[in-house]
Design a protein around this ligand. Structure first.
Ligand SMILES: C[S@@+](CC[C@H](N)C(=O)[O-])C[C@H]1O[C@@H](n2cnc3c(N)ncnc32)[C@H](O)[C@@H]1O
Length: 353
């Protein structure tokens, strides 16, 4: 009898409860937490102190990425997962592991890892200006745009080009290679047949990928290229391929003003109105990431926007996981987080017994 009880508990959702432990151990491996724990690992506010860590995103954003992937698959959003700005692969590995653990439901879904694997290209001032100008002209077709044309609301407080100049010299980003990331994926026993490396600068590599695969779509797109052009180029290429109901995640919206300016510019240019939601953190932590869920006009029932923790057996079982409960309802109020106004938050709700 006891055996039957244990077996039925273990088989909840058709998967083993050990999947959750597996996923949290996998994440701790990526963060190198066992050997080098420090508080900044949770919110990603401190970069990895040594060469061993495979991600600088921190636990909250890694867990959240995994939750987005699981939620997209569980609500049958079509397509694969892509991260633009992979560095040593940690976040993408988390997505790949989540897809593997989701079993038959995620079969055939792949993780695309797009990066130069040698750092950020130098900033092209004239392209930034041209994009800003083009966005203003396109937005001017609507009423908001007419006002913006006269008084550009969208002007960032900090010059995006100046901010981005520092990014090119980040030695930690340059000290990398695609071979190293492939080796780490193999060491972690990830299924290589479900990983695709897209090597090169986004403005060349992404158009090439999409032209060679006209039917390629994504259920989750995660942007982590930091700068204005790296963010804008990736979004511009990939947003048309994000399936309705899919998630668009921006790792640096709250932490990098030029990344935020790129997102705001693209959204204004294309009339995107889905609410921007902050990736959940604990009080007092450094908040950095945001996301929105692309509207799906074909669905009768609206898909949930708040997916703070992987549902079912993929929710990591350890006590350090935050948020500790599923976030279910979008807070109607507009919040100011890290000095950025107008963001939505998800309201935690206790799971019903
Ligand atoms: C902050 S790191 C990514 C961190 C990673 N997602 C993680 O979890 O640790 C930014 C990465 O974006 C890449 N990158 C930035 N701009 C790029 C561009 N235009 N083309 C290709 N790679 C780019 C850099 O090479 C770097 O590896």
């Amino acid at each position: 009898m006891l055996f039957l009880l244990c077996a039925s508990l273990a088989a909840r959702d058709g998967r083993s409860d050990s999947d959750a432990r597996h996923l949290s151990l996998f994440r701790d491996l990526i963060l190198n937490r066992m050997y080098n724990y420090h508080a900044g690992l949770e919110d990603g506010s401190k970069w990895p102190p040594n060469a061993e860590a495979l991600s600088m995103a921190g636990q909250r954003r890694l867990d959240h990425f995994s939750a987005m992937v699981a939620a997209a698959v569980e609500s049958d959003v079509t397509g694969h997962v892509i991260e633009t700005g992979v560095w040593r692969g940690g976040s993408s590995f988390m997505a790949a592991k989540t897809l593997e653990l989701l079993g038959p439901r995620a079969q055939g879904r792949r993780t695309y890892l797009a990066d130069s694997f040698r750092g950020i290209p130098s900033t092209d001032r004239s392209r930034v200006k041209a994009i800003e100008q083009q966005a203003r002209v396109k937005a001017a077709r609507g009423m908001v745009g007419v006002f913006e044309w006269i008084w550009p609301f969208g002007k960032p407080a900090v010059d995006p080009i100046t901010v981005d100049m520092t990014a090119q010299d980040l030695e930690i980003l340059n000290d990398n290679s695609a071979a190293r990331v492939r080796e780490d994926a193999a060491r972690l026993r990830l299924d290589a047949s479900r990983l695709r490396f897209v090597v090169g600068y986004f403005n060349e590599s992404l158009p090439k990928l999409l032209q060679s695969k006209p039917d390629l779509t994504f259920a989750v797109v995660r942007l982590d290229g930091d700068t204005f052009l790296s963010t804008y180029d990736a979004l511009d290429q990939l947003y048309p391929r994000l399936s309705p109901g899919g998630f668009l995640i921006v790792d640096d919206y709250l932490g990098w003003s030029s990344c935020r300016h790129a997102i705001d510019t693209y959204r204004r240019e294309h009339g995107i109105t889905e609410r921007i939601v902050a990736v959940p953190h604990k009080q007092g932590e450094g908040w950095a990431g945001v996301y929105w869920r692309k509207h799906d006009p074909q669905r009768k029932e609206q898909l949930p926007v708040c997916v703070g923790a992987p549902t079912g057996s993929l929710r990591p079982a350890d006590g350090l996981y935050a948020p500790p409960r599923p976030y279910s309802k979008l807070d109607a109020a507009a919040h100011t987080i890290s000095g950025v106004a107008g963001l939505a938050k998800c309201v935690p709700r206790m799971p019903t017994a």
